[in-house]
Design a protein around this ligand. Structure first.
Ligand SMILES: *Cc1c(COP(=O)(O)O)cnc(C)c1O
Length: 367
């Protein structure tokens, strides 16, 4: 039996007619950059996330970058974030000349540990970027409390967590800005790169909107130095179609995760832990295991796709050498990098496929 880590073709097959029609409409209209399809998608995302404003941008990375630009983050500033995330989270900080300050994560949720944040705050600290990793929110209550106490901005990196919630509130509503990605492999994936910034702050919404289009307002009059961070019409149209299915897909992922959970209970395989106040969208189903690299190879030999997100924490990456971090500065993130493995959890999986993955893992450990 073959079980790929993700099967985008299966999802496309299920909605092909609608998607092709939506793309054809954009082709006919020739409204290719922003335009009505993007405006409608922004309205739909704002309503889906339960926030006042949503601004379409060119990628999740650019959502982060333009959000930090809107907050005037610049050279000399410090921004606190997780070392156990995709590169773009810290990349956005560094690209503005600011300094990423990494805070270790919790071993169970893989998200930033709020109890370790306060001691890294200095006079230069301007913002915190909690990352809602693998589909589960970071602990926003203590994070917002710290942010208020020290007058820091909070930008949520929700690129992996669209639709996930905490205490009944969806991500993108806790901080001053929320950043989303529609990279094809994300839970809501477009037909290329795309992203979104959400906010409930009218002034910040206006700023992001201006900055994504070179800073112009009105046309050819530049109030700020922005960039080209626009979302294309075709992506808006495709994403509008897919958004209608997102909740049913997330529900399927949760059901698939529950099947794995049952298999792994009481074994050497540690399933991902979802806090009781969280609803995860399981962007990844990430276990921690002994002898991870050999297991990965064993799964591949048995036609099962799995992947390591992430093999090296950000604070130890060559590009951040100048920040001066050493090995074991952030031990939990470093340990996770050698223990985590993400298994197939996409909505179109069959029960038989999940069972095959679980049984193959047990076979490996019984050898
Ligand atoms: C995917 C991702 C990004 C970047 O999004 P792109 O659309 O690929 O630029 C940023 N942060 C996290 C946590 C991500 O998973």
């Amino acid at each position: 039996m073959q079980v790929p880590l993700l099967d985008l073709k299966a999802q496309y097959a299920s909605i092909k007619n609608e998607v092709v029609k939506a793309i054809t409409d954009v082709c006919e209209s020739q409204m290719l950059c922003l335009g009505p399809a993007v405006a409608e998608f922004e309205k739909n995302i704002a309503s889906y996330c339960g926030c006042k404003y949503a601004i379409g941008v060119s990628s999740g990375s650019d959502a982060l970058l333009v959000s930090l630009m809107a907050l005037d983050i610049k050279s000399g500033d410090e921004v606190i974030t997780s070392p156990f995330t995709f590169f773009a989270t810290a990349g956005a900080v560094a690209r503005l000349g600011a300094k990423p300050v990494f805070v270790d994560v919790e071993p169970d949720s893989y998200n930033i540990d709020p109890s370790l944040i306060e001691k890294t705050i200095t006079k230069k600290t301007k913002a915190i970027i909690p990352v809602h990793l693998f589909g589960q929110l970071a602990q926003m209550k203590p994070i917002m409390k710290i942010a208020h106490k020290h007058n820091l901005a909070v930008v949520e990196d929700a690129c992996q967590s669209i639709g996930a919630s905490q205490d009944g509130i969806k991500c993108g509503n806790f901080g001053c800005l929320g950043c989303f990605s529609f990279y094809p492999t994300k839970n809501l994936g477009g037909f290329g790169d795309g992203g979104m910034v959400t906010t409930n702050d009218e002034k910040l919404a206006e700023k992001v909107k201006i900055l994504r289009d070179h800073g112009q307002n009105p046309r050819y009059f530049y109030r700020a130095i922005g960039g080209n961070f626009r979302l294309d019409g075709i992506h808006g149209a495709v994403l509008n179609v897919k958004l209608k299915y997102l909740d049913s897909w997330s529900q399927k992922r949760r059901e698939n995760a529950a099947i794995y959970d049952k298999f792994f209970k009481g074994s050497v395989i540690k399933p991902p832990k979802i806090d009781s106040n969280n609803i995860s969208i399981y962007h990844q189903y990430t276990i921690t295991v002994p002898d991870r690299d050999r297991l990965l190879k064993f799964l591949a030999d048995n036609q099962i796709g799995s992947a390591v997100f992430y093999p090296k924490p950000l604070h130890l990456q060559d590009c951040f050498k100048e920040l001066g971090y050493k090995e074991w500065d952030l031990p939990t993130a470093e340990k996770l990098c050698s223990q985590v493995l993400s298994l197939p959890v996409y909505p179109e999986l069959t029960k038989e496929q999940i069972e095959y993955v679980a049984k193959t893992i047990f076979k490996f450990y019984s050898q």
